[in-house]
Design a protein around this ligand. Structure first.
Ligand SMILES: NC(=O)c1ccc[n+]([C@@H]2O[C@H](COP(=O)([O-])OP(=O)(O)OC[C@H]3O[C@@H](n4cnc5c(N)ncnc54)[C@H](OP(=O)(O)O)[C@@H]3O)[C@@H](O)[C@H]2O)c1
Length: 323
């Protein structure tokens, strides 16, 4: 496993990390969750991603229990949470968003569920149009000063809003956001490759990118319909099937099919090849993997070996086929 700095910060994260969305507290039982975290840790992964909203906090509870059970050394791993959506069905006004109150309450709830004294990374899961950015920046800075959070960041914020957060932090001597958590895969490139460009060089921000397989689409598993045991068939996640519908959906499926056929020609599994493509981008600090089974994770962990295996022409061919 290689480690990359989180932007210009001194934190070194494994270039592959592991997240709990859909799986922990949902499709994956505690025993499998334990096997997944153990396999990730054994492979050198040192960052585990979570959020208050994943299974309404249950994903954090399972992760906290498993990490405690495995007795991972607290100084050897990093764990995250995210605040915005809330951790209950139909949250009341103070149970969601980025107000000082919810940022504060959600952090303390995540600390308990994850069974830790501090969060290494804490994200604002989406921008909140109903909370002033300054209030959120002050709230994050306060948590950092209290030692409850080490690095704060954003997820899927427009670049302009992130620049506003930096300006506020600079004006008041507060901690600015260190990282952004955007979607990044062969089918979704614009934000990471264009919109966020000023954030890397001028502000030293890192990225912890999500859905490297576009929720599994880039494995080819959706080419002939939605398999019964896949994410898009799971209760509560069938909305993801909208990505496969209509003209736009048909185009996405076709792009994924072309990618899978190139992987087959190269003699490699599509999943690690898609992840390797993400790793080629040096503005990516860590690619967060998702897996519902240990075999999937093991297959995906091969990705770093593929980065230098193919010459630039092959990668250009892959990008042209998925454009
Ligand atoms: N900040 C945000 O807004 C945000 C949003 C989404 C995700 N995230 C984070 O990013 C993490 C990763 O995102 P993701 O789970 O969407 O990643 P992904 O890699 O796009 O999708 C992972 C899913 O694809 C399937 N899969 C994975 N490897 C496979 C393989 N080798 N062969 C066949 N199927 C395979 C599994 O689902 P099935 O087995 O069920 O098909 C797995 O759960 C999440 O856990 C979460 O921590 C953050």
């Amino acid at each position: 496993m290689q480690y990359r700095r989180l932007g210009s910060s001194g934190l070194h994260l494994s270039e592959l990390s592991f997240g709990a969305w859909v799986t922990f507290g949902g499709s994956v039982g505690r025993g499998e969750a334990r096997e997944l975290i153990a396999a990730a840790w054994d492979a050198g992964i040192n960052f585990f991603d979570n959020a208050e909203t994943y299974a309404n906090g249950e994903a954090e509870r399972v992760m906290g229990d498993v990490i405690a059970d495995l007795r991972l050394p607290r100084d050897g791993y990093c764990v995250s949470s995210k605040v915005f959506f809330g951790a209950v069905d139909k949250p009341r006004p103070t149970q969601k968003g980025l107000s000082r109150k919810h940022v504060h309450d959600a952090c303390h709830a995540a600390l308990k569920r994850l069974r830790v004294d501090y969060l290494d990374l804490y994200f604002c899961h989406r921008p909140d149009p109903d909370a002033p950015i300054a209030e959120t920046v002050f709230a994050m800075d306060a948590l950092i000063r209290q030692g409850k959070v080490l690095y704060w960041g954003t997820s899927e914020w427009p670049a302009d809003a992130i620049l506003d957060a930096h300006a506020i932090a600079r004006a008041h001597g507060l901690q600015p956001p260190t990282m952004e958590q955007p979607q990044y895969n062969l089918l979704h490139r614009e934000r990471v490759e264009r919109e966020y460009t000023p954030l890397y060089r001028q502000y030293g921000m890192g990225t912890t990118t999500w859905s490297p397989l576009a929720s599994g689409l880039l494995t080819g598993k959706y080419s002939a319909g939605v398999p019964a045991d896949s994410r898009m068939a799971r209760e509560g996640y069938t909305w993801l099937q909208r990505n496969l519908q209509g003209d736009e959906g048909a185009r996405r499926l076709e792009r994924a099919r072309r990618f899978v056929s190139i992987a087959r020609e190269l003699g490699v599994d599509p999943a690690p090849l898609a992840i390797a493509w993400c790793l080629r981008n040096q503005d990516v600090s860590t690619v967060i993997l998702g897996a519902s089974r240990v075999e999937q994770l093991q297959q995906n962990l091969v990705a770093p070996q593929l980065v230098s295996r193919f010459d630039p022409d092959i990668w250009r061919q892959i990008e042209a086929a998925t454009a």
